[in-house]
Design a protein around this ligand. Structure first.
Ligand SMILES: Cc1cc2nc3c(=O)[nH]c(=O)nc-3n(C[C@H](O)[C@H](O)[C@H](O)COP(=O)(O)OP(=O)(O)OC[C@H]3O[C@@H](n4cnc5c(N)ncnc54)[C@H](O)[C@@H]3O)c2cc1C
Length: 438
């Protein structure tokens, strides 16, 4: 219990730090009883909590997080809620499987959009779509492949050349970009805080209260914290990589951190010099490349670099070095903004699996989990959290079956030190072959 690795994200996430100050959180003291307990308040946990409360209006639902909601990875990502299957999910010959991903992802977008509209959540929610940009010939080949997969799926897209792209993104750095219209953009920390602020009345949320131990006693689940415990009939884990710290899915998820930097808002003169539009997002044609966002309030965000983080964290020195790399990427694209400072640089830990498989289902009697969304959990995490709540409440639906069919068991990982050596070598290799796209 003492050696448990707990969430301790850096305090420099621009999405979170630019929100208005949060009122003090409710932390857990003493022993509490609950019908339902959800541990972890990211995409999975907030969607699961809300759905449990809707389906069981006369029961008590408790959500608990080690940090403030919105401070974990779900509040520190690049804010793309992607409708199409991503990376490994898009490869392979099974068209029907890919269509299931699309149906699930679009159900997630619809679910989030309904909440955003219903409660007026101010989170830069936007139907901006997604650009995927290629810098070099290597990137163009990826886009051509992506285009052929989209044709097979009969999904709409638009290919833009350098001239067509420039007025949108203010740079001629990219040879080509492929635009797909179904992706939604948002401010992730604002979305997470908004989800929390509008929970049904039968939800209690404890923040800054890490669960140190989870065990089953006399037919009840007991979650122990520093100053108390919660006893519940059923538990949902939305703890992603930290699930193994609670004793489940051990040695099956790779802790990989990626990093982002955010500028201050561009002044009117800087925006004119930049010459592009606002409110767009571009992901790299090659995975190891750079993600870019221009927010609605005219901040530029750069994301790249992956690190294997067995302790789930990064140091201030590492983030400083990474900020210098982000600066290079920014200046290469926008030399006219070379004096524009980054106000924030942060990291976030994701769970990846060797076989590109997520877990969704029951781990033990009354204990459910959804995790390991391989770095793209905004859509999958949300819909899986909602469906897990329905499953745990005894429901059944076609979407739930789709989720079960596309999920599985993340493959077991080799032990340390072989794991660390292998993963670091692989990340270095990917960085080297993709260097033209960074
Ligand atoms: C820089 C960056 C950019 C990204 N960009 C995108 C993107 O654009 N689109 C996309 O889809 N995905 C993106 N991702 C990945 C995405 O953010 C994750 O897949 C997603 O956040 C996973 O959601 P989750 O709910 O499963 O877990 P998490 O967001 O990790 O939430 C887990 C929660 O559990 C809590 N917790 C853990 N252990 C305990 C404990 N013992 N007690 C109490 N609470 C606990 C944590 O504090 C945390 O809040 C990005 C990630 C990063 C880092």
């Amino acid at each position: 219990m003492n050696n448990l690795k707990l969430p301790a994200d850096d305090q420099s996430c621009g999405w979170y730090e630019t929100l208005p100050p949060q009122p003090a959180s409710l932390t857990l003291e003493g022993t509490q009883q609950s019908d339902w307990l959800v541990i972890g308040g990211g995409f999975v946990g907030t969607a699961a909590t809300r759905r449990l409360a809707e389906l069981n209006p006369h029961q008590k639902v408790t959500l608990i997080d080690a940090q403030r909601i919105g401070h974990g990875t779900s509040g520190r990502n690049s804010g793309f809620v992607i409708d199409l299957p991503h990376k490994g999910d898009l490869e392979g010959p099974d068209i029907e499987r890919k269509k299931k991903f699309i149906t699930l992802n679009r159900a997630a977008i619809q679910y989030l959009e309904e909440r955003v509209q219903q409660h007026g959540i101010d989170c830069q929610w936007s139907h901006a779509g997604k650009l995927q940009g290629a810098v070099s010939e290597r990137g163009v080949k990826f886009l051509e492949h992506f285009q052929s997969l989209l044709k097979e799926l009969d999904e709409p897209f638009e290919m833009l050349d350098r001239q067509a792209l420039r007025p949108r993104v203010g740079t001629g750095y990219y040879q080509q970009a492929l635009f797909t219209p179904g992706c939604t953009l948002m401010q992730p920390a604002a979305l997470m805080r908004g989800m929390l602020a509008h929970m049904p009345a039968n939800v209690t949320c404890y923040e800054e209260t890490p669960v140190l131990k989870l065990e089953r006693r006399n037919g009840r689940w007991i979650a122990s914290t520093r100053h108390g415990e919660i006893q519940a009939a059923k538990v949902i884990l939305g703890t992603n990589i930290f699930t193994e710290q609670l004793g489940y899915l051990k040695s099956r998820m790779l802790p990989i951190m990626t990093f982002a930097s955010m500028t201050r808002p561009l002044s009117a003169a800087e925006f004119a010099a930049y010459g592009g539009g606002d409110d767009w997002g571009l992901t790299p044609a090659d995975h190891a490349g750079t993600t870019l966002r221009m927010t609605q309030d005219r901040r530029l965000i750069v994301r790249n670099q992956y690190r294997f983080v067995p302790r789930y964290g990064s140091t201030a020195q590492q983030r400083q070095q990474i900020q210098a790399m982000h600066r290079q990427a920014l200046i290469a694209r926008y030399p006219m903004l070379k004096d524009l400072p980054f106000d924030y640089t942060w990291g976030g830990v994701c769970a990846l699996s060797r076989n590109y498989t997520s877990f969704f289902g029951e781990l033990e009697d009354g204990l459910f989990a959804s995790c390991c969304h391989n770095g793209v959990g905004a859509a999958r995490g949300t819909i899986s959290g909602k469906l897990l709540a329905e499953m745990a409440s005894g429901g059944d639906s076609q979407l739930q079956r789709f989720m079960q069919e596309v999920s599985g068991m993340p493959a077991r990982l080799p032990p340390q030190p072989f794991l660390g050596v292998g993963v670091r070598a692989r990340l270095k290799y990917a960085e080297w072959v993709s260097r033209s796209e960074v």
